[in-house]
Design a protein around this ligand. Structure first.
Ligand SMILES: Cc1ncc(COP(=O)(O)O)c(C=O)c1O
Length: 351
């Protein structure tokens, strides 16, 4: 397209982001007008951090050990006299009871990752959303490590906003993401930006002669789109991925991933490796974190897996395996075989 620019029509500047917005909205059961496009999970959070109407002394509650992308974007609220309170809890993820106790009169937002990337623990979104609703606090969820592998519908819980990277379970290229903000919450926000290509649907596009230059107020969530919305190189392949996920259905993909995860957990059950992630099918995601209890041994196994062509991640000193729709039972068996062979090595050779 770059070599033959006539292949890039003026209309595609509108149609490419529009199609992606609709696909992402379908994925989470939302209206397309309530979804905006980003380049990361952080994008949606920074929009909220800069757009929500803060008052002096307000606070955002986050977990101290949550993934940094869930925490960092909020730090800018200092400039509005608000602050981030980081909570240290002794549990893998906050329960409704813990949250209930920790929400203070100053708390305006609670922001949490849906699935913990270092352990695979999953928060109970509906229960936490209920607590937040009863305290008139916005629950904002970073869905990056869940969406695409687990079903999610914004209609079924009272979350205030959801943000998500596109390059994990949604199989997009790097530098993709999106967010959804409940329309009532969005109504309360200040505009944070104005972009010439953020146009209402009913404006016929003339890229160079749009007429009057004024801040547009009738844009819905797309007012918060990351600039460069016709990001062909990233958004066309990401649209193809999301469309494919929707065609296969997230329920079917979740069942497939669940079976692979179960096979993996069973395969390592009687080894010296300990599964850190939840093993109960009702409380786990598609992330399986295992450890030999010692970082060097984990690093050694990571190396062996790589040599066997198994892509695992070494995260926080532990091994993370994340099977998804492109994996098969054979892939899992191959990983399990390597893990089991490593398990049998004499202790002094491990690592
Ligand atoms: C929970 C979680 N959120 C977000 C990200 C990425 O953040 P961003 O898209 O803002 O760069 C990751 C991984 O990279 C993650 O594991």
């Amino acid at each position: 397209m770059k070599a033959s620019p006539h292949l890039i029509s003026d209309e595609s500047f509108i149609d490419v982001p529009k199609r992606l917005r609709h696909l992402l909205a379908e994925l989470i059961g939302a209206a397309a007008d309530d979804v905006f496009l980003g380049n990361s999970a952080s994008w949606g959070l920074q929009v909220l951090a800069n757009g929500l109407p803060w008052r002096e002394g307000d606070e955002v509650l986050v977990m101290a050990d949550d993934f940094p992308a869930t925490v960092f974007p909020w730090f800018v609220i200092r400039r509005y006299g608000a602050r981030v309170r980081q909570l240290d809890i002794s549990q893998p993820v906050p329960t409704p009871e813990v949250l209930e106790r920790q929400i203070s009169a100053r708390t305006r937002v609670v922001c949490l990752s849906w699935v913990w990337s270092l352990t695979g623990h999953v928060i109970d979104i509906p229960a936490l959303a209920e607590v937040c609703l009863s305290r008139r606090v916005h629950l904002v969820v970073n869905a990056t490590q869940g969406l695409g592998a687990l079903p999610f519908d914004v209609q079924s819980t009272s979350v205030a906003a959801v943000t998500c990277s596109g390059f994990k379970w949604l199989c997009g290229p790097y530098a993709t993401g999106f967010a959804w903000i409940d329309p009532e919450v969005r109504e309360s926000m200040h505009p944070t930006q104005a972009y010439w290509l953020a146009l209402p649907d009913d404006i016929a596009l003339d890229l160079n002669r749009e007429g009057q230059h004024r801040q547009r107020e009738e844009l819905g969530a797309r007012a918060y789109d990351v600039f460069g919305t016709a990001n062909f190189l990233n958004f066309l392949p990401w649209s193809a991925s999301v469309s494919y996920l929707l065609t296969e259905t997230i329920d079917a993909i979740a069942a497939h991933d669940r079976a692979l995860v179960g096979r993996l957990i069973d395969g390592v059950a009687d080894t010296a490796y300990r599964v850190i992630s939840p093993t109960d099918p009702d409380h786990r995601a598609a992330i399986v974190v295992v450890t030999a209890g010692e970082e060097r041994a984990n690093a050694g196994l990571h190396q062996l897996l790589a040599e066997a062509g198994v892509d695992a991640a070494l995260r926080g000193g532990n091994l993370r395996l994340s099977p998804h729709l492109y994996n098969t039972a054979d892939d899992i068996d191959r990983a399990v075989a390597v893990i089991r062979s490593h398990d049998r090595l004499p202790k002094h050779r491990i690592g």
